[in-house]
Design a protein around this ligand. Structure first.
Ligand code: ARG
Length: 280
């Protein structure tokens, strides 16, 4: 079998499944405060550019056949575009975020209302600091949960009790990768990619043991937020500058889809940050 044939066959093995995503238009986007090392309020940022780039991501999802729902942005909440942080949704249960920083605290109410108004029955606001899918990623039938910068480690137990799923705690150690979804991405059935250097020694050992076949990212790809990616099982939307990861993904039979979200990276977010997966 030629290399070409093999590549085609592998790509054919990956199956996309239709997803439901929640997104928030960056109408009020701007870097007006700094709560992570990427945010420099003195550097110009533009809601208009952010909106155009965000629309590119939105349309990519729609073109791939995914159902995209929208939550209305709120004036004065410039980070609300990062919908991943609003909640964690698994088995139709919604654990709404409790933000670490006061600048984002009011986003919780908007998410609580959004889910309640649409008839989601099990909706609860987290008791402990919990930044939603920024720190809680569903893989296989368990949840990987990050701590160290944002979500309180006690929120991991809370998520375990609420969802009745195993929750595996991971310790983040590099402030540039302050949410789990900036350092680790779920690709498909039990398959992940991650940047080892973003994790403590213990967490690195745990990840190596549990995911021996994971795609390991290099610094250059991690630093352009290549891990802040979103997979539908076949297509992997990721920042277009993460060319090394795109090549690795292609070798594994995934279809990398490069997206330009440079304006949002000024606030420390990209593809995954903009997207909350609704799992019923
Ligand atoms: N400026 C936002 C913050 O620091 C960015 C959030 C990015 N979201 C994410 N899921 N990593 O809170």
């Amino acid at each position: 079998m030629s290399d070409e044939t093999r590549e085609v066959r592998q790509a054919g093995d990956r199956r996309a499944t239709p997803r439901r995503y929640l997104m928030c238009r960056p109408s009020y986007f701007g870097v007006t405060y700094s709560i992570n090392p990427w945010m420099e309020p003195d550097r110009p940022s533009s809601a208009e550019t952010a909106l155009a780039q965000w629309k590119g991501l939105h349309d990519t999802f729609a073109t791939l056949g995914h159902d995209v729902q929208l939550i209305e942005p709120v004036a004065g909440l410039p980070d609300m575009v990062f919908a991943a942080n609003g909640a964690t949704v698994v088995d139709g249960k919604v654990l709404v975020a409790r933000f670490r920083h006061r600048q984002r605290a009011d986003e919780s109410a908007a998410y609580l209302d959004w889910f309640r108004e649409r008839g989601w029955s099990e909706v609860k606001m987290a008791q402990y600091t919990n930044e939603g899918e920024g720190d809680f990623l569903f893989v296989g039938d368990e949840i990987l949960a990050g701590t160290g910068f944002r979500s309180d480690v006690r929120s991991h137990d809370e998520a375990h009790e609420f969802f009745g799923r195993p929750v595996v705690s991971l310790m983040l150690v590099d402030p540039r990768f302050y949410h789990l979804d900036t350092a680790l991405s779920v690709l498909g059935d039990g398959e992940i990619m991650y940047y080892p250097e973003a994790f403590s020694t213990g967490s690195r050992a745990l990840l190596a043991e549990r995911f021996p076949d994971a795609v390991l990212a290099e610094a250059a790809d991690a630093e352009v937020f290549g891990l802040n990616a979103l997979s539908d099982g076949r297509n992997v939307m990721l920042p277009h500058r993460a060319t090394g990861l795109a090549a690795r993904l292609r070798e594994r039979g995934y279809e990398p889809v490069g997206v330009e979200l440079g304006e949002l990276l000024k606030a420390g977010g990209s593809v995954k940050c903009c997207t909350l997966e609704l799992r019923d």
